[in-house]
Write a protein that binds this ligand. Structure first.
Ligand code: ATP
Ligand code: MG
Ligand code: MG
Length: 569
């Protein structure tokens, strides 16, 4: 059964539906297409789309594309991909840039109402006039321009008559407000820059707060969910929505209805929740962008990255990320989630679903000398120990096996449960083996073990029930498929890589051993798979066939996560 999620936002939604305030709810996920989505965005996506689905509402994907210099269609496509991969589908795909005409008309209306003015102060002067947390700001000398003059100047800004940065359109609110966001914030700036959607049509672009609030109102968003840093912006959000009052001024929406874009024009309510923060990660588009730009990782989808594309390539599943978000919950309390919660969610998802296979990552040859030369047989293994529906697979077994080098110790430490000279272990599904001989090369390095398979201990036989210390995995050397196995670890070695109070930056905390590539040996059934298929390689971890590089002819597997929490901080 689907979990019943309880949190303060769902409570508000439930009440708004019960009281009849809304007949149906609408939400939106509003990314700026200026980078790839990261794991923090997964929380917002699960909340925005999840709530809409749970309450039979609708959720739009809206690109808040009001910053043309930093935005790119490459990001737009990746974001669409990521949202779908997480398991969600939008009701409508919208862009803030779809509304540029609405924003312009709305700004003009504000001027006519005496609620906005064109200001000629430079950016630096604006900062000086703004005041500080303890000091009120001062009115701009241009604040009392007549409506006629403001309308004329704004029209000329729009016509492209003025250079970048020479003028802004500002809201006329209160320079003495305790909330700095209300000290006559800019609504429009001049930027003679082409836009990925609208080309050269606009030399002026709306500011985020103005565009975002109106975008929500245009789409009839009932609950506009965002992270806590926007709490201080809510009074401005409400000011914009109320002063423009789209619902009573449908003529502002003419350009949309002409284009056949459905509009609802309702009054949205902004509700803030705490961001997802995870230790040992950096989570901001800017820093993730920097890691790629500086070549510190191998691209946006590097399996060590905390982008959704990186996590996907690492083997994180959509279900594991949704599970993480459920476990973290929704509140207004800022907190940092331990990295083990992320890894735990992946293990729990894969434990239940991922088929089991045997693979040897660090091979050592084991020869069963009492089997005839050339001996080979086929054993049948379940694909999943707890899920019979997954069926079985055939695993070849023969006289020469690969086992893990660290499953043998010449001088065992205390409590050792694996192979030792003269000792016995069970070979998973094949019988009990004893090591008779340790073969070394001239440098004393162990190159081969020779052993005896107890013929009375084969599966199903009476002798198989004999107690031995441990069970190890193996693959038949003659049948094994060579694979590139990529072993990843956390990208950062400290809990708070972006804490700069120590004078260091996140680059100083990169884990030098976060990536290793080895040649491993797989049982044949592990190689014949499509990219992005996940497995548990018994006793070694969860692995995924690499999304980009894997082919059955040249298998490449990424370790997604170890079986247990082995991180030593
Ligand atoms: P960042 O600052 O981390 O680079 P952003 O906030 O600039 O990201 P947007 O594209 O503006 O990225 O974000 C889209 C939505 O995702 C916003 O509603 C934002 O609040 C939400 N979001 C961003 N980061 C997180 C996070 N760490 N946890 C939860 N929601 C987040
Ligand atoms: Mg943003
Ligand atoms: Mg941000």
């Amino acid at each position: 059964a689907a979990p019943v999620r309880q949190d303060f936002i769902r409570q508000i939604v439930r009440e708004d539906l019960a009281s009849g305030k809304h007949a149906a709810i609408r939400t939106r996920f509003p990314p700026e297409p200026n980078g790839y989505l990261h794991i923090g965005h997964a929380k917002a996506i699960c909340l925005d789309f999840g709530i809409a689905a749970e309450f039979d509402g609708r959720c739009n994907l809206r690109f808040d594309d009001t910053n043309p210099e930093k935005e790119d269609l490459e990001f737009v496509r990746a974001i669409e991909d990521d949202v779908r991969w997480l398991g969600f589908e939008w009701s409508e795909l919208r862009h803030a840039s779809d509304y540029f005409d609405v924003y312009y008309r709305a700004a003009t209306k504000l001027i006519e109402q005496g609620d906005a003015f064109v200001c000629d102060l430079t950016a630096e002067q604006v900062r000086e006039y703004r005041g500080t947390l303890i000091e009120p700001g001062r009115n701009s000398p241009f604040r009392d321009r007549s409506v006629a003059e403001n309308l004329d100047l704004f029209a000329r800004m729009r016509a492209g008559e003025f250079a970048d940065g020479t003028r802004t359109l500002r809201a006329k609110i209160d320079m003495a407000s305790g909330n700095i966001n209300l000290r006559d914030p800019a609504l429009y700036r001049i930027k003679q820059v082409a836009h990925q959607n609208t080309g050269d049509a606009w030399p002026i672009y709306p500011m985020y707060d103005f565009a975002h609030a109106l975008g929500d109102a245009v789409e009839g968003i009932t609950h506009s969910l965002c992270t806590l840093e926007f709490e201080d912006h809510r009074p401005l959000y409400d000011w914009v929505v109320d002063k423009v009052d789209l619902a009573s001024n449908p003529e502002l929406l003419a350009s949309l209805t002409e284009r056949g874009l459905p509009v609802v024009a309702a009054k949205p309510r902004q509700i803030e929740f705490s961001r997802l923060n995870i230790n040992y990660t950096v989570m901001s588009k800017r820093k993730l962008t920097q890691l790629v730009a500086d070549g510190l990782v191998d691209g946006w989808d590097d399996p060590r990255m905390y982008t959704l594309q990186g996590l996907r390539r690492r083997g994180y599943t959509p279900a594991s990320l949704r599970l993480l978000v459920d476990r973290v919950g929704i509140s207004k309390q800022n907190s940092v989630i331990d990295f083990s919660v992320l890894e735990g969610a992946l293990r729990d998802d894969l434990d239940a679903r991922a088929p089991r296979r045997m693979a040897v990552i660090d091979p050592l040859k084991l020869v069963l000398t009492n089997l005839p030369e050339g001996h080979s047989e086929t054993l049948t293994f379940p694909n999943h120990p707890k899920d019979e529906a997954q069926g079985t697979r055939e695993v070849p077994f023969s006289r020469q096996l690969w086992i893990e080098r660290d499953d043998f110790a010449e001088v065992p430490p205390k409590g050792w449960k694996r192979l030792v000279p003269g000792g016995e272990v069970r070979l998973r599904g094949a019988g009990i083996v004893r090591v008779d001989e340790v073969v070394k090369d001239a440098d004393g390095r162990i190159v081969e073990l020779q052993g005896t398979l107890d013929p009375e201990s084969r599966p199903g036989m009476e002798g198989a029930n004999r107690k031995v210390k441990g069970t190890i995995h193996w693959v038949s050397a003659a049948h094994a498929v060579e694979a590139e196995v990529r072993l990843f670890d956390r990208l950062f070695v400290v809990e708070k890589p972006d804490d700069e109070s120590t004078g260091k930056t996140y680059r100083d905390h990169l884990n030098p051993d976060s990536k290793r590539s080895v040649t491993g040996y797989l049982e044949p059934a592990a190689a014949q798979v499509a990219p992005e298929q996940s497995f548990q390689f018994e006793r070694t971890g969860y692995f995924v066939a690499d999304r980009v590089d894997h082919t059955p002819a040249r298998p490449v597997f990424n370790r997604s996560v170890t079986l247990r929490d082995t991180w030593a901080a």
